[in-house]
Design a protein around this ligand. Structure first.
Ligand code: FES
Length: 116
């Protein structure tokens, strides 16, 4: 299946450990919320669905990191996720991680790689 790139945002909109950019994506035939963040100098994309209860995790639109800026946190019950892999680090996610998405950064822009 061929892949296509969809423009999500400008690179400058993503600061390390700062606000993420929200967008929608097709996932298993449904439109699902998603987001992209920057951590460790690199971008990472995930479905915006907690592994505990499949609801959005940001505590305000675009606010995905905890106060340390080191972990992604679910606003509902506080599950913690690794920003680099989406892996569950603690709390009610109980070992289940966030669903990663294929994102790429090029020439100052951030793209989502979607299968056609
Ligand atoms: S819904 Fe995210 S920790 Fe419960």
């Amino acid at each position: 299946m061929a892949a296509r790139e969809r423009l999500i945002c400008a690179s400058r909109e993503l600061v390390d450990g700062g606000d993420g950019v929200r967008f929608d994506t097709d996932w298993s035939g449904a439109t699902e919320p998603a987001f992209v963040i920057r951590f460790g100098g690199r971008i990472h994309g995930y479905l915006n669905r907690c592994a505990h209860v499949p609801i959005e995790i940001d505590w305000q639109a675009g606010k995905f990191f905890d106060f340390t800026g080191l972990y992604l946190v679910c606003a509902v019950h506080g599950a913690l996720y690794d920003p680099q892999s989406g892996a569950c680090l603690g709390g009610r996610c109980e070992g289940k991680g966030l669903r990663p998405l294929a994102v790429v950064e090029r020439d100052g822009w951030v793209y989502l790689i979607e299968s056609e």
